[in-house]
Design a protein around this ligand. Structure first.
Ligand code: XLS
Ligand code: NI
Ligand code: NI
Length: 437
């Protein structure tokens, strides 16, 4: 094991009273919650792009992140290896069992597709060795179809079929890399699959092309025997002004329209939910209601900013609401909680990577415990059940099972008194929530 974080010990659980910044206060990997270890409920992953490759530049300023493991190294293969070494050391010290990557985070683009493939191959070979040595697994992989200037007008939705072909090549190779690493999933986030202005855009045609790419990817997965889940990650905008995968409902309708429902699930990201004007729990429930809640990009936005700030999720209330949805669907199958999150620009020391992940893990451990306590207490479930009790009456059942007609309901309404309603008690429910946090 490398020694790029020499002053960081292996982080252990010390309990809520601990003041040690290199300890978990809530995350106890082996602790059983509803009969399953916390580790498996939460299935934490760290992402290579933010953790290892984000220099913390912003539109007004240069990178600030200190990455001492890179200093003095020029050779691309050398850099590929040292970054992976540092990453796996960090994850081991944090007891994070999974990771996520884009092809271009772990290996740079070469001057030809063949050279890009060779570089990626070298990265995958090195990562494979580190996975075997540490037991850390790939949660999901993906292709970066948004950074290179060729994708300026989109990848699958580009005006150029040559660009579509380049994107397709990248997807095939990235999926094979993910498969070789035993990845549990493969993600499509369409960062450039949208438009900047409709004045020059054939929206219907672009959407058909996006569906074509997804169909080709599903076929490729079947051809190579990739058994992991395929996910779409919704986001309403940024970098495009309008992204086709706007939110969970839009993605589900798109999948149904193009015959892809059931083949793709969704990877829901907190900050994308809020950018779409939804709460995270709304997006999770919309996905879960369709049986398509696959995985979660765990981060959070900033109340004051209208863009994807990708902050580490340190809010226990948010984590509780997320974990309530995860427990309600019976837990993740292939998915997990990927910290698609970065440090603030001022937190530039390597040690801040440790603090950021510990904070996120502890917030979600608290969220899991709170969610389990809420479920054991049962008052929210009871309140919800009682709210709909009227639907178990003969009238309610006749509507639900389809035996009522508009005419029979009119006969009923004519004879019945004005309906009596009960209060929704929202404020009581909201104050109950805090008891459990
Ligand atoms: C960007 C997305 C991206 C995806 C992977 O906003 O969150 O990081 O998770 O391409
Ligand atoms: Ni994401
Ligand atoms: Ni994002």
């Amino acid at each position: 094991m490398s020694d790029h974080f020499p002053h960081v010990p292996r982080i252990e659980f010390e309990g809520p009273e601990s003041d040690n910044p290199f300890a978990f206060r809530h995350y106890q990997a082996d602790r059983l919650v509803e009969g399953k270890p916390m580790r498996d409920h939460l299935r934490f992953a760290s992402c290579f792009w933010h953790t290892m490759r984000n220099g913390l530049a912003d539109p007004f300023g240069d990178p600030t992140a200190d990455m001492p493991w890179e200093s003095g190294r020029r050779d691309p293969l050398d850099l590929i290896r040292v970054r992976l070494d540092a990453f796996f050391e960090l994850l081991s010290k944090l007891s994070i069992g999974h990771w996520c990557f884009h092809d271009r985070d772990i290996a740079p683009e070469g001057s030809t597709p063949a050279e890009s493939e060779r570089l990626l191959d070298a990265a995958v070979a090195h990562a494979e060795g580190l996975q075997n040595a540490t037991g850390i697994r790939t949660l999901w992989g993906t292709a970066n179809l948004f950074s290179h200037p060729r994708y300026v007008h989109g990848a699958a939705t580009s005006d150029s079929p040559e660009v579509f072909a380049r994107a397709a090549a990248q997807v095939a190779t990235a999926m094979e890399a993910t498969q070789r690493l035993g990845g549990r999933g493969y993600v499509f986030w369409g960062g450039r699959e949208g438009y900047s202005t409709l004045l020059n855009t054939d929206l219907a045609r672009e959407q058909r092309h996006l569906a074509r790419m997804l169909q080709l990817a599903a076929t490729h997965a079947d051809t190579i025997g990739f058994t992991g889940s395929l996910y779409i990650e919704p986001k309403p905008q940024e970098p495009t002004i309008h992204q086709y995968d706007f939110d969970a409902a839009t993605c589900l309708a798109f999948l149904r329209e193009h015959g892809l429902a059931g083949r793709f699930k969704l990877n829901i990201e907190t900050n994308h939910a809020t950018l779409a004007g939804h709460s995270m729990e709304h997006e999770l429930q919309v996905a879960a209601a369709a049986g398509a809640l696959g995985s979660i990009d765990a981060n959070m936005g900033d109340e004051h900013a209208g863009w994807d700030t990708d902050r580490f999720p340190t809010d226990p209330m948010l984590a509780t609401k997320v974990m309530l949805e995860v427990l309600a669907m019976g837990g993740f199958s292939d998915g997990g909680l990927n910290f698609d999150a970065k440090r603030r620009r001022g937190s530039f020391e390597p040690i801040d990577l440790v603090h950021a992940h510990v904070a996120g893990m502890d917030a979600f451990a608290r969220g899991l415990l709170a969610a389990a306590a809420i479920r054991a207490d049962g008052r929210f479930a009871r309140a919800r059940h009682e709210r709909y009790a009227g639907w178990d009456s003969p009238l309610g059942r006749s509507i639900e099972d389809g035996t009522a007609t508009l005419a029979s309901l009119r006969d009923h309404a004519r004879a019945a008194p004005e309906p009596t309603l009960t209060s929704s008690r929202q404020e009581v429910l909201e104050s109950w929530m805090w008891r459990f946090i």
